[in-house]
Ligand binder design. Structure first.
Ligand SMILES: Cc1cc2nc3c(=O)[nH]c(=O)nc-3n(C[C@H](O)[C@H](O)[C@H](O)COP(=O)(O)OP(=O)(O)OC[C@H]3O[C@@H](n4cnc5c(N)ncnc54)[C@H](O)[C@@H]3O)c2cc1C
Length: 415
């Protein structure tokens, strides 16, 4: 999709085409079919954290970072409600518009490799019991048959999560956006002059005048003057093998695809993908100014090889075809940005870790808000805490580096 050039105008400009922005543009255009909507992204669609993610569309994450996760029945029910709205919106793109994305509604396996991991799973199970959620236990022999690996000793299967190929979804869903949406890739918004009736948004080769602006740029939202210094920029990293041969596939279990979430949140997430690859994620790193380096990616790749060898030692020599990182924007208090930031300027950002289902729900809801609508999801999101001010940058950077290294070490064989 072409870069923006010259002087343009539109009724609504959506900035950022990740899970949040893409769904905001779609929803605003659906609700206002006579309005012109422009969606811009600084890069190529799919080549962002949204497209580089593991593709778990999660209804309820095990969130040990939230102190009262186990007891917070209302909060967890609301989280489920919001995420399910996001899942349904993504599902409607797949079912109504035929968006191809390897949609796979098999749920997720929270998998433990150690006794401590099993304890984490038992804690998660008590939270699920309190919520009246269905789940089932998977014992070691079944895990071994499913994955071909002796590594896992137990898992908790929780249905409700969808697996998909994220970049494929984002690219194909962009092609299916309503006809009143114009998309420009490689078009960063470099500055905005906020006005009373029109906002003037600068791009490298021109300007876009917009009646409404919806900002969905993750931590970069702070660069437009909102929630300044409140984003904690964290990267996480992934590596993927080439397509496995039939002989190699025979060693990675009897299930064509699976998605394993580590019992310990600093452990390794694993997917066997629909196109016969293994795909691993681990390591968190503080990213000064939202940037990471090739060295960071290569350091993480070493940890991903260690994790791979723990699970499939006989396949170690395959190595990885590709490795990458992607930005997660956290807030110290877990708060997220949602709502009207100033007159006719709206924002949805700060995924705090998982942002696929949640991102789609936030994007859809922020567009509904911008269109003057109300909904139960909007009510929930407007009552949530906004990102708090973290400790000074240096203290936060040192603290995050120390804690991520410590927690990674403590995760032991769950990595
Ligand atoms: C390796 C990895 C695995 C993950 N796995 C999962 C998972 O399985 N499930 C899950 O729920 N979450 C997962 N996540 C987290 C998930 O990817 C994020 O929560 C989600 O992508 C956040 O979506 P977003 O739309 O808020 O932001 P982003 O995807 O970061 O999108 C923001 C967009 O804004 C654009 N932008 C920024 N500034 C500007 C500007 N000035 N002008 C124009 N455009 C701009 C960027 O180019 C970017 O495309 C994972 C993340 C990573 C890195």
């Amino acid at each position: 999709m072409v870069q923006q050039q010259g002087e343009n105008s539109c009724d609504c400009l959506v900035i950022g085409a990740g899970w949040m922005g893409l769904h905001a543009a779609r929803r605003y255009a659906e609700l206002n079919s006579q309005s012109s909507v422009v969606l811009v992204d600084a890069g190529r669609i799919g080549n962002n954290a949204s497209g580089r993610c593991m593709g778990f569309v999660i209804d309820l994450a095990h969130n040990p970072r939230k102190r009262d996760f186990l007891e917070d029945i209302k909060g967890n029910n609301e989280e489920l409600f919001v995420n399910r709205e996001g899942i349904e919106y993504i599902r409607s793109a797949v079912e109504e518009y035929g968006v191809d994305c390897d949609w796979d509604p098999q749920g997720k396996f929270h998998s433990a490799a150690t006794d401590l991991g099993v304890k984490d799973l038992q804690n998660f199970a008590s939270a699920l019991d309190r919520l009246g959620q269905n789940y089932s236990w998977v014992e070691k022999p079944e895990m071994q048959a499913m994955t071909g690996s002796k590594h896992y000793i137990k898992a908790l299967h929780h249905p409700g999560t969808i697996l998909l190929q994220p970049a494929k979804y984002l690219k194909n869903a962009t092609r299916q956006l309503p006809a009143n949406v114009m998309v420009h890739e490689n078009t960063p918004i470099t500055a905005i002059q906020f006005g009373t009736s029109r906002h003037i948004c600068e791009t490298p080769n021109g300007r876009i005048a917009a009646g409404k602006v919806i900002i969905c740029t993750a931590g970069y939202l702070t660069r437009f003057g909102f929630f300044e210094n409140r984003a904690i920029p964290l990267y996480t990293f992934a590596s993927m093998t080439r397509q496995l041969t039939p002989a190699e596939l025979a060693q990675v279990g009897n299930r064509h695809t699976y998605g394993l979430i580590p019992a310990n949140s600093f452990g390794t997430t694993v997917r066997r993908t629909a196109d016969n690859r293994l795909f691993l994620r681990n390591v968190y790193a503080y990213a000064t100014n939202f940037k990471t380096s090739t060295q960071d990616v290569m350091r993480a790749r070493i940890q991903q090889q260690v994790a791979f060898d723990r699970r499939w030692p006989a396949l170690s020599s395959i190595g990885f075809e590709a490795s990458w990182g992607g930005l997660l924007t956290l807030a110290q208090n877990g708060g997220m940005v949602f709502g009207e930031l100033t007159s006719n300027v709206f924002g949805a950002a700060f995924c705090n870790g998982t942002g696929v289902a949640r991102g789609a729900a936030f994007g859809k809801a922020v567009a509904e808000l911008a269109a003057g609508q109300s909904s139960p999801v909007i009510d929930i999101l407007q009552k949530r805490a906004v990102p708090s001010r973290p400790y000074p940058k240096l203290v936060t950077a040192l603290g995050v580096r120390f804690l991520t290294a410590l927690r990674f070490k403590q995760a032991g064989d769950e990595v």
